[in-house]
Design a protein around this ligand. Structure first.
Ligand code: MF3
Ligand code: CO
Length: 249
């Protein structure tokens, strides 16, 4: 069952989402060669708590940290550690926060110093794919219209879409129905309605789409070792026109 949110509930979700967006903005400014991913995690937790929020991921299925920091061939769910970022890396920063009982969830992938042009293209195309999906998040459209637009944009650029992880509904829970694959035929699944709040999150690889999870039980990496990028926004379906992007400042 998809839980529709009232306008008042969406305003609370907007607060949680804004806090996530502000935290990501602060983290982006700290990404540079020499920074350890656990320093970014500490900053994220302090930033969220100082503003009255609660980290959404810490303790979720025993996840140990506030932030997911996924470097290079890490797709999602990289656990912040003493690993130091170096020039030419890319790092996915995925963050959730709870404010007054509601969740916000967003991710960006950012360069560490100068990166190769094909790597920059991966970041650009993945963010564009997210926006192509968001453009389809219109009342009366079907859920898989979002999925299809993401896949089409990624594959047109010669990249592949990760199929093992999906976007999701979000509200009083981090993960609610529906699941939102980043691939599929258009015109399938439920019709989009006012009050739906969705976390759309394409994960796109330079090489093949296959991933595996490391011994730590969390970190997902590409099987072929190719680079991967991830962008995510929490959005609310509007009565007409394009959605409200709650995690955009
Ligand atoms: N954005 C990811 C998701 O929605 C982050 C989850 S990390 C976890 O699934 F630790 F909370 F699982
Ligand atoms: Co998510």
């Amino acid at each position: 069952m998809i839980i529709l949110k009232t306008q008042d509930e969406i305003e609370v979700m907007a607060k949680a989402s804004k806090l996530v967006a502000e935290t990501l903005q602060a983290l982006k400014r700290e990404v540079r060669p020499g920074v350890a991913t656990e320093e970014l995690d500490r900053l994220a937790e302090e930033f969220i708590r100082a503003r009255g929020g609660v980290p959404a991921f810490k303790g979720y299925r025993n996840y140990p940290k506030t932030l997911c920091a996924s470097v290079n061939d890490e797709v999602v769910h990289g656990i912040p550690s003493k690993r130091v970022l170096k020039e030419g890396d890319i790092v996915g920063l995925d963050l959730g926060a709870i404010v007054d009982g509601f969740y916000g969830d967003s991710a960006v992938t950012v360069p560490v110093g100068a990166i190769h042009s094909r790597t920059a293209e991966l970041l650009r195309v993945t963010e564009e794919a997210l926006y192509k999906g968001i453009e389809q998040a219109i009342v009366g459209y079907r859920l898989s219209d979002i999925s299809h637009a993401i896949q089409r944009h990624a594959e047109t650029a010669g990249f592949s879409v990760v199929t093992d992880f999906v976007g999701h509904g979000i509200g009083r829970q981090l993960h609610e129905e529906p699941q939102i694959p980043n691939y599929g035929k258009p015109g399938q699944g439920p019709r989009l309605q006012v009050g739906m709040v969705l976390a759309i999150e394409p994960m796109i690889n330079v090489g093949g789409s296959a991933v595996r999870v490391l011994e730590d039980q969390w970190t997902a990496v590409t099987r072929d070792g190719s680079l991967s990028a991830h962008f995510e926004h929490t959005i609310a379906i509007q009565a007409s026109g394009p959605p409200r992007i709650l995690t955009k400042l």
